[in-house]
Design a protein around this ligand. Sequence first.
Ligand code: AMP
Ligand code: MG
Length: 487
Amino acid sequence: MKALDELTFDNRFARLGDAFSTHVLPEPIDAPRVVVASDAAMALLDLDPAVAQDPVFAQLFGGHTLWADAEPRAMVYSGHQFGSYNPQLGDGRGLLLGEVYNDAGEHWDLHLKGAGMTPYSRMGDGRAVLRSSIREFLASEALHALGIPSSRALCVIGSDTPVWRETQERAAMVLRLAPSHVRFGHFEYFYYTKRPEQQKQLGEHVLAMHFAECLEQPEPYLAMFREIVERNAELIAKWQAYGFCHGVMNTDNMSILGITFDFGPFAFLDDFDANFVCNHSDHEGRYSFSNQVPIGQWNLSALAQALTPFISVEALRETLGLFLPLYQAHYTDLMRRRLGLTTAEDSDQHLIETLLQRMQGSSIDYTLFFRRLGDLPAEQAVAQLRNEFVDLKGFDEWAAQYVARVAREGVSDESARRDRMHAVNPLYILRNYLAQKAIDAAQAGDYSEVQRLHDVLTQPFTEQPGMEAYAERPPEWGKHLEISCSS
Ligand code: AMP
Ligand code: MG
């Protein structure tokens, strides 16, 4: 276990030079205090969790002081936002403080979000508000606990610094961890600004640092692109299987590592709705829940375009063609497991699709449906769940198929079936209204609810005594919260 001053830095991205990022010092926030910290994220840096109580912790992650070996830098990138190319983006309010390597030999980017203005701030103030920082923290750690790849969050630091959004709010900072902060938009930036030398430098950096195994392939860039396609297919399959809606799948928010990245107005589904749009600025529903799959492919094709200097168009096309079948295979596999099935039958995809059709419009809580399906033997479980469906005949048809399907597998041990299903079907999920209650308390100065919610969500599959309230369906007011897109 390390103390805060024992971290070892090796700032590989910073060494790429000024064409890739700009040196900027964090602008401190007033009266910094720890809102919440993640022991699990601290463990990634070998940090003793007790360091969160050290006054230096809030100073460091509130931008007041820095390690001597840190090299804070704002990265430059561009990207496609809502389908249109924006030629100039970059870290407008976040700084890569440096890369720390841990005892296991892994490198972790330390990225401080809300650290003040940078050359890429455009019209923004360089700040992040408390509510959006809490949401990013909770989501990163909750997704990770669900087994969904994500950037991680070490802590949220609150402050007295005023910031203006729709009303006056308080600034906060979140310390984000990821093995890399390179986005699809990094490649797009050097491609569209026609800087082949630097694009090659970026490509070689990413290959060597993050896709070293691809260097052994005859065409390393193609192997890397294939790996990115595979990882994104798997990531989006997990989002769809667990009802996660990202909300802003612009290519500047897509990680080359295939991890969930850059949290805005995201949401987990409460009631199942394939057409759910969590981002209120997304008037056309470009990033609706079900559109995440074709948009994932669209984003990969934007990346492919930026990689045309390295890879032939035919090879890129062929590799892009792998996305949908890979996605479908992962998704079907995950959903089979959520349904408690241990074998594969061709008709399973149809069984899954019809279930979702039956759920649509019936106000079925997506998370609790699967949890309850595993509580009891299949026939009893569907009998209990049926009353929630509007189209009883439709549900009965599905339920008969499901019960027959389970019977074909044969369940010799009902408690093993329940344990197996509960291990993949969470009881606790980061519902918007739960986050909002924790945020309301934090804005009034009480951080205990954020901490409790974080604790509950670190073990989403395990029933926790006394935490029943966190496993309930949202109240009616909690289903229709407008999550502000300003952050
Ligand atoms: P996002 O929608 O959060 O992914 O942000 C898109 C771009 O806007 C990124 O380049 C951000 O760094 C930048 N940005 C977002 N909010 C601010 C802000 N308050 N100040 C400066 N830049 C910002
Ligand atoms: Mg972003």
